[in-house]
Design a protein around this ligand. Structure first.
Ligand code: TYD
Length: 204
């Protein structure tokens, strides 16, 4: 077995994941680590089509949950697992914790239902590290409002995002061995130091 790692980034919309994706990329490049950057929903040709539907088409919450996991099944079998087997690190902008946070916390789908889908699609497979970028909802909203166009999730109300944020934090306290919660309101230089330390540890 090689040492390739699977790292996921999570957080409510507007928490600053995109900025951090590129910082992680610089870290990996500086260490000559071979990697793939990807995202969910999406990451594969079929997944990107599902993303388009998921972000713009109204649907029942259960349909939404099932499509998120359908996209994930494709992502795991045709990108994530083959890349890891080939020795490449995989960095994914969101993964299953987002389903527990958005479809579970946000939309109210039961935990057991989601856990069943998780087991069906991934078995025991889990990320080696999950970086949760945490930010108060009103601060994230202000950052989001600067975007020209908002998708179906970003149009949700503050109360929705409060539930999503709590579900993420609950998930982090349930799985402390793989989660690192990062305060996204810190200055970028301080986040850089935390990221560097966390990634250096996982590199060993
Ligand atoms: P996002 O990473 O926010 O894309 P962008 O930064 O380009 O707007 O992801 C799209 C949305 O999908 C986000 O609002 C959260 C949602 N989502 C779920 O609801 N469940 C999931 O399982 C995943 C992976 C994403």
């Amino acid at each position: 077995m090689n040492n390739a790692k699977f790292i996921t980034l999570e957080g409510i919309d507007g928490a600053g994941k995109s900025t951090q994706m590129s910082r992680i990329e610089s870290f990996l490049t500086s260490r000559s680590i071979d990697y793939v950057m990807t995202r969910e929903p999406g990451g594969t040709p079929l997944g990107e089509k599902l993303r388009e539907i998921l972000l713009h088409q109204d649907m029942h919450p259960e349909t939404e949950a099932l499509l998120m996991f359908a996209s994930r099944a494709e992502h795991l079998s045709s990108l994530i697992k083959p890349a890891l087997q080939a020795g490449k690190w995989v960095i994914s902008d969101r993964f299953t914790d987002a389903s527990f946070a958005y479809q579970g916390g946000g939309r109210g789908i039961g935990y057991e239902r989601l856990a069943e889908l998780e087991t069906w699609v991934q078995g025991e497979f889990q990320p080696d590290l999950t970086l949760l970028f945490d930010l108060p909802v009103e601060v994230a909203r202000q950052r989001l409002m600067k975007n020209a166009s908002l998708d179906r999730f970003e149009h949700e109300r503050e109360a929705f995002f409060e539930r999503v944020r709590s579900a993420y934090l609950e998930r982090a306290s349930k799985f402390p061995e793989r989660f690192v919660v990062i305060d996204s309101s810190l200055p970028l230089e301080e986040i850089d130091v935390i990221l560097d330390k966390t990634l250096s540890t996982i590199c060993k």
